[in-house]
Every structure is written in structure tokens, then in C-alpha cells.
Design a binder for this molecule. Structure first.
Ligand code: SF4
Length: 352
């Protein structure tokens, strides 16, 4: 029998017997499935769990999510990164309230049309929350299926993803089995057919079906074209301090970390000339700026290399918004990229 046809019969019972207790599984609902899938994009399960609980404690329904202020929403998301995910959740919640009376739509096409929901997430919600025979194909599933079938297509190419999606769609079960098959594929990719190091084939329930295992190709598959090197951006970052408050500003509405708060920075190294310029712009006192350490933050395509300086201002510059350390903790959503400098402020708040 075709190996793909046998796969649901192998993975569904394996998943039912072995599934991990995760909060969105023990208390499932379409909203919970949607929220967890969005949070899990680019983020580890262990990191997501406390955010998931905190988010639902404050926004228990889609109606609450549609109504939340952007500032509060970003604060709840602070540290998870990829903030457009949070903004799109709210936009989609508003659309669900307007178009579907507060209930997520059931069909893949209607889910796919909501902001922030791509093919993978639409497939995950359709199969896991509504029992539709829709595959959810991410990097884990691509790895598992290319190894199982011995497919040497480049998984970075859309054509490979389409082919694998079609292969899966042809064998997808319906009803509760659809969700268990989706989760089983994901779980196999996360725990057994792992991305780094050798897959744990001896523990794999699908080993008897697997072409890569039979032909000793597990190290060659999947094939993935090399990623482009990340662009490095150097920044001189300023923690400007005035009367117990620090100066922050909003990033532009487009591009990386769009509309998020940040500490002011310039894209040039600290020199005497730059010190003079900063002193004039921000009314620095005579002590000038003092180095407080470097930090690096890695985004998908860019790396920020930051050198931080602290300076005290004689009056607050009108170019910045001035906030207390307590506001930084409780109200302002600062991207994780600035974690080192936020911590510096909190560690020094008694002395400033
Ligand atoms: S047998 Fe090995 S390579 Fe094949 S699916 Fe299982 S873990 Fe992956």
C-alpha cells in the first residue's frame, strides 16, 4: 500500500498515546487553537506557555481581543517578538466579530482570508479545531514527509511545499482524526524526527514506512538551500536620563518592529564629535555619556550590534517621550532587542 495512505493509521494512535499535556490541548477551543498557533510561530513551546496563560487571563474571548487597546496588547506580547503577530490577531478578532458574530469561520478559505492567518495556520485551525481534512505544513512537517518519502526537493522552495501539501491532502482523515493527524505530524517533527542532530529513528512509529531510514538518507534529507547571510547593523544606543525618567521614542509605522517603542540610537560609533552632537540635541550635562556595555540581537534577516551609553540631561528633550522605570515595566512594550538596556535601567533605578 502507498506509504502516505498508511501514515494516518500509524501516527494517529501514536499521537493519542504519547501526546504531551499542553494547555491549548487540555482546554481546546477554536480561539485557543488559533492563539497558540500564532504564538508558537518562531517561538518554543516552553517560552509560549506563560504568555498563553497571561494573554487568556486578560483576554478570555475573541470579543475581548477585538476590544483591547494596542498598547495593552503589545505589553501582553512583550518579549515574544514578531509583534505584527499580535497586531494581526486583534485585526482578525475585529473581523471575526464583524463578519462571523464572534466565532471563527470553519472553512480553510475563510480562515486564510483573516489577517495574520497563512496556509499553515489556516490548516492547523481547520483540522485541529474543526476536523477539516486540511494539512498544516510547516518546517517540521516538510522534514518528516521528505524523509518518509525520500523526496529530495528543496524545502525552501514553494513547489516542494505545494507537492507535500497535496500528498498529505490526499490522505487526510476527517473529524477528530484530522486534528490528531496534524498534531501527530508536528509532534513527530518536534520530538523524534528532529531538525538538529540525528533523528531518533529507533523510537519512530513510522520507521517501517520510511524511505530515508531504509536507504540511510536521514542525514541528507531534507534538502534545504543555504540561507542568505544576515545584514549587520551597528547602533550607538542612548539611555538618556532626566529627573527619574528615561527618554524613549516610537519607531516608524513600517518595517522591522514597526510602531514599537525604542531607546534613541544613531547608526554611527561614539566619537567626540558625536558626543558633542548628542549633548546639544538632548541637553546633556557636563558628565557627558558613559559606556554601559554592548548587546546583540538577532532577527531573521538582520543582526543589531548595539553599544549602549547612559547620559543625564539637564532638561527633557521634546523629541522624546519620558517615562519612569515603573512605566517601562508595567505599561510600555519594549522589544526584546532592548532587554539588556531595560535591565540596566531597572538594576540602577535606585541610584539615578
Ligand atoms: S524513521 Fe527516522 S527519518 Fe524516518 S520519519 Fe522516523 S525519525 Fe524521521
Amino acid at each position: 500500500m502507498n506509504l502516505m495512505k498508511q501514515l494516518p493509521g500509524v501516527l494517529i494512535p501514536w499521537h493519542q498515546a504519547n501526546k504531551r499535556d499542553l494547555p491549548w490541548r487540555t482546554d481546546p477551543s477554536p480561539y485557543h487553537t488559533w492563539l497558540s498557533e500564532i504564538m508558537l510561530q518562531q517561538t518554543r513551546i516552553e517560552a509560549v506557555i506563560p504568555y498563553y496563560h497571561r494573554f487568556l487571563a486578560e483576554l478570555p474571548t475573541i470579543a475581548d481581543l477585538a476590544d483591547v487597546s494596542e498598547e495593552r496588547l503589545l505589553k501582553l506580547w512583550e518579549g515574544l517578538g514578531y509583534y505584527s503577530r499580535a497586531r494581526n490577531l486583534k485585526k482578525a478578532a475585529m473581523a471575526v466579530m464583524e463578519q462571523y458574530g464572534g466565532n471563527l469561520p470553519i472553512s480553510f478559505a475563510e480562515l486564510r482570508a483573516l489577517p495574520g492567518i497563512g496556509d499553515y495556520t489556516a490548516g492547523a485551525i481547520a483540522s485541529m479545531a474543526f476536523g477539516q481534512p486540511e494539512p498544516a505544513v510547516d518546517g517540521n512537517v516538510l522534514r518528516v514527509v521528505t524523509r518518509l518519502t525520500g523526496d529530495d526537493g528543496d524545502i525552501a522552495m514553494n513547489a516542494t511545499k505545494k507537492r507535500i501539501t497535496q500528498l498529505l491532502r490526499e490522505v487526510y482523515p476527517v473529524g477528530s482524526d484530522a486534528g490528531d493527524f496534524t498534531e501527530g505530524l508536528m509532534e513527530l517533527g518536534e520530538t523524534i524526527c528532529i531538525p538538529a542532530g540525528a533523528p531518533r529513528c529507533e523510537e519512530c512509529p513510522a520507521r517501517h514506512l520510511c524511505v530515508a531510514y531504509a536507504q540511510n538518507l536521514t542525514q541528507q534529507l531534507p534538502v534545504k538551500s543555504a540561507k542568505k547571510e544576515r545584514k549587520i547593523e551597528n547602533k550607538t544606543l542612548l539611555l538618556l536620563h532626566c529627573n527619574g525618567m528615561y527618554g524613549i521614542r516610537k519607531r516608524s509605522d513600517a518595517g522591522l518592529l514597526a510602531g514599537m517603542w525604542e531607546f534613541p540610537w544613531v547608526a554611527e560609533p561614539m566619537t567626540d564629535k558625536l558626543k558633542e552632537k548628542i549633548a546639544k540635541t538632548y541637553y546633556l550635562d557636563e558628565a557627558g555619556v558613559i559606556p554601559i556595555g554592548s548587546a546583540t540581537h538577532i532577527f531573521t534577516h538582520i543582526e543589531w550590534h548595539m553599544d549602549g551609553y547612559v547620559g543625564t540631561c539637564t532638561k527633557p528633550s521634546e523629541n522624546l517621550i519620558w517615562v519612569t522605570p515603573d512605566q517601562l515595566i508595567h505599561e510600555i512594550a519594549l522589544p526584546t532587542a532592548f532587554r539588556y538596556y531595560k535591565k540596566w535601567i531597572l538594576d540602577h533605578k535606585e541610584n539615578m
